[in-house]
Write a protein of this length. Structure first.
Length: 462
């Protein structure tokens, strides 16, 4: 009897147990990719496409890198979808996936900017030599700026005097592309050298580089003089011989910068403010909503006051321009040096602004990015609106602006004049919170995304 039991038990062990197939256990990689690719192809909604791209981050495989790299080279792919793909590629850790990204960036004669962004995002220490050659040899100032940024992210412990000297020269060159100058100043703030400190102090009075010079000085010295140029000059006189730089950690820098901004503000030495935010940049274009809805709650009056104050406080160190939607003809050129004559003409134009018509924002943005911004080298844009574009159609506004700004790399700050609807007050009830129109809510969300994509700030005015 015992033998029979043992034989039965042994037989049971030898019987193969059912094994769940890969498809039954979990979806195959091909199945997942198929679903994601289908989602990308079916939907016309850019935000849904961006969400589909984000899901690729869950699959750290060479197939993910291959598919997304192909997407980055597709000229028809929406710019904001490419931006999302760059984020996913930057985070991949799979060795083979990283190898594909490196190969795509370093072997292509006409390197794609999104592909280079993905490679830089990988933080590959071996990228240093390639990026240095790109800074030296590229004919594209935008790629040069990106390469400088990439080198600065490698946190080099030592740097050659030739490279540092080249960065200083680029930073000081007022004829250089604004993105290159900004990247050079930011890179200098990551290098443990005191050579550039007097140059950074002198650039505190440069409207384009005030913030970059201020931040670099804080990182290099840990001194908290912020934008006080005279205090920095005196400190340097007393300490130039004995000072040795010690870079702040990112955490310490962020904490100290927030503290100083709270205590001292963020204004440069001679910049005005726009709805409470310091004006930044040197070549600035204001794109302003003057549609009929700006008549409500004296919005146009507030805008006129803000713009008049800005114009009157600027000097000829700035170049400015004003474009409105609906389009109203600015007397003379749309853009020019902010000398006395141009300021007088600008103030006269602002005082005559009157709310009218619908909100043809797209038409005005296309005009600005095709006719004004590249021609004059505009580095900073202020876009203000209180509504949704009347001429957007089926387009996606953040994606449209991201595409228009691809070659110009202007920083875009956005201001939204909020529109709320007060619900009826019920007898004996406290006033309920104001309601927000879904269309208006979408308009605010789009402006916030535009600023985020272009490295700017967003502010809502109630």
């Amino acid at each position: 009897m015992r033998c029979i039991i043992v034989l039965l038990f042994t037989s049971f062990l030898l019987v193969p147990t059912p094994v769940l197939s890969q498809a039954e256990d979990k979806p195959s990689l091909d199945s997942i990719f198929g679903d994601l690719k289908k989602a990308l192809g079916v939907t016309h909604d850019i935000s849904e496409k961006r969400e589909a791209i984000k899901k690729f981050a869950e699959h750290d495989q060479p197939e993910t890198a291959s598919f997304l790299l192909t997407l980055l080279k597709d000229k028809k792919a929406p710019p904001s979808v490419k931006k999302e793909a760059v984020q996913v590629l930057s985070g991949l850790q799979n060795k083979d996936a990283r190898g594909l990204i490196k190969e795509a960036a370093t072997s292509d004669r006409e390197i794609s900017r999104p592909v280079l962004e993905a490679y830089i995002g990988q933080g590959d220490p071996d990228s240093r030599i390639f990026l240095l050659h790109l800074v030296k040899d590229s004919t594209s100032p935008r790629l040069q700026a990106l390469a400088i940024y990439g080198i600065s992210q490698l946190k080099l412990e030592t740097v050659s005097n030739r490279y540092l000297e080249a960065l200083i020269n680029l930073m000081k060159n007022e004829e250089a592309f604004h993105g290159v100058r900004r990247s050079a100043a930011r890179a200098i703030g990551t290098l443990p050298s005191k050579t550039a400190i007097p140059e950074l102090i002198s650039l505190l009075s440069d409207p384009l580089l005030t913030n970059e010079a201020r931040d670099a000085l804080l990182r290099l010295t840990r001194e908290e003089y912020w934008t006080d140029q005279e205090a920095w000059i005196e400190w340097w006189k007393a300490n130039r011989e004995s000072f040795q730089p010690q870079l702040m950690s990112a955490r310490s820098f962020n904490y100290t910068a927030q503290k100083l901004t709270s205590l001292l503000g963020s204004e440069s030495n001679f910049a005005a403010s726009f709805y409470g935010r310091s004006i930044e940049g040197k070549k600035i274009l204001f794109i302003l909503d003057t549609s009929g809805s700006m008549m409500n709650a004296d919005r146009i009056v507030m805008l006129q006051a803000e713009m008049t104050g800005i114009i009157q406080s600027l000097s000829d160190a700035y170049e400015i321009g004003i474009v409105t939607f609906p389009k109203t003809r600015f007397p003379g050129k749309d853009f020019g040096v902010a000398d006395k004559k141009f300021r007088e003409r600008s103030v006269e134009f602002i005082e005559k602004m009157a709310p009218q018509g619908r909100t043809p924002m797209v038409e005005t943005l296309e005009y600005a990015f095709e006719r004004i911004i590249p021609r004059h080298g505009v580095d900073t844009v202020y876009l203000l609106s209180d509504g949704f574009p009347s001429d957007l159609g089926s387009k996606n506004l953040p994606d449209l602006v991201l595409g228009l700004n691809t070659e110009t790399d202007a920083t875009i700050h956005t201001v939204f004049i909020n529109t709320k609807i007060a619900p009826p007050l019920l007898p004996g009830q406290p006033q309920p919170p104001a309601l927000v129109n879904p269309i208006i809510e979408k308009a605010a969300k789009d402006l916030k995304q535009i600023a985020a994509d272009a490295g700017g700030s967003f502010r809502t005015i109630e």
